[in-house]
Design a binder for this molecule. Structure first.
Ligand SMILES: [Zn+2]
Length: 63
Protein backbone atom coordinates (compact mmCIF):
# COMPACT_ATOMS: atom_id res chain seq x y z
CA UNK A 1 0.00 0.00 0.00
CA UNK A 2 1.36 3.37 -0.99
CA UNK A 3 0.90 6.56 0.93
CA UNK A 4 -1.61 8.90 -0.60
CA UNK A 5 -0.78 11.61 1.88
CA UNK A 6 2.31 13.18 3.33
CA UNK A 7 2.88 15.22 6.44
CA UNK A 8 4.01 18.75 5.86
CA UNK A 9 5.71 21.01 8.33
CA UNK A 10 5.66 24.66 7.44
CA UNK A 11 7.99 26.58 9.67
CA UNK A 12 6.17 29.44 11.36
CA UNK A 13 9.33 31.34 12.07
CA UNK A 14 9.50 34.81 10.54
CA UNK A 15 11.69 34.91 7.43
CA UNK A 16 12.15 31.15 7.41
CA UNK A 17 9.02 29.66 5.88
CA UNK A 18 10.80 26.40 5.18
CA UNK A 19 8.72 23.41 4.28
CA UNK A 20 9.58 19.86 5.24
CA UNK A 21 7.76 16.78 4.05
CA UNK A 22 7.70 13.27 5.48
CA UNK A 23 5.69 10.09 4.92
CA UNK A 24 4.84 9.64 8.59
CA UNK A 25 4.39 11.83 11.62
CA UNK A 26 7.30 10.14 13.37
CA UNK A 27 9.62 10.88 10.46
CA UNK A 28 8.39 14.43 10.38
CA UNK A 29 9.09 14.93 14.07
CA UNK A 30 12.70 13.91 13.50
CA UNK A 31 13.02 16.35 10.62
CA UNK A 32 11.37 19.15 12.59
CA UNK A 33 13.79 18.62 15.46
CA UNK A 34 16.67 18.70 12.98
CA UNK A 35 15.37 21.86 11.35
CA UNK A 36 14.91 23.64 14.66
CA UNK A 37 18.41 22.67 15.73
CA UNK A 38 20.19 23.55 12.49
CA UNK A 39 18.28 26.66 11.53
CA UNK A 40 16.97 28.07 14.80
CA UNK A 41 19.51 26.78 17.31
CA UNK A 42 16.86 25.00 19.35
CA UNK A 43 18.79 22.11 20.81
CA UNK A 44 16.04 20.54 22.83
CA UNK A 45 12.58 20.14 21.44
CA UNK A 46 10.28 19.37 24.34
CA UNK A 47 7.04 17.39 24.03
CA UNK A 48 5.15 20.59 24.72
CA UNK A 49 6.92 22.43 21.93
CA UNK A 50 6.43 19.52 19.54
CA UNK A 51 2.68 19.34 20.23
CA UNK A 52 2.43 23.07 19.75
CA UNK A 53 4.24 22.83 16.43
CA UNK A 54 2.07 19.92 15.34
CA UNK A 55 -1.11 21.80 16.09
CA UNK A 56 -0.01 25.01 14.38
CA UNK A 57 2.48 24.15 11.63
CA UNK A 58 1.79 20.58 10.54
CA UNK A 59 -0.77 19.62 7.94
CA UNK A 60 -1.50 16.47 5.97
CA UNK A 61 -1.41 17.03 2.23
CA UNK A 62 -1.95 14.80 -0.81
CA UNK A 63 1.31 13.22 -1.91
ZN1 LIG B 1 12.46 27.42 10.29
Amino acid sequence: MTNAEVYRFQCGHEQCRSQVFAPTKDDLEVLIAQHLKEVHSVNKVTDTLMSYIESTCVTVVPA
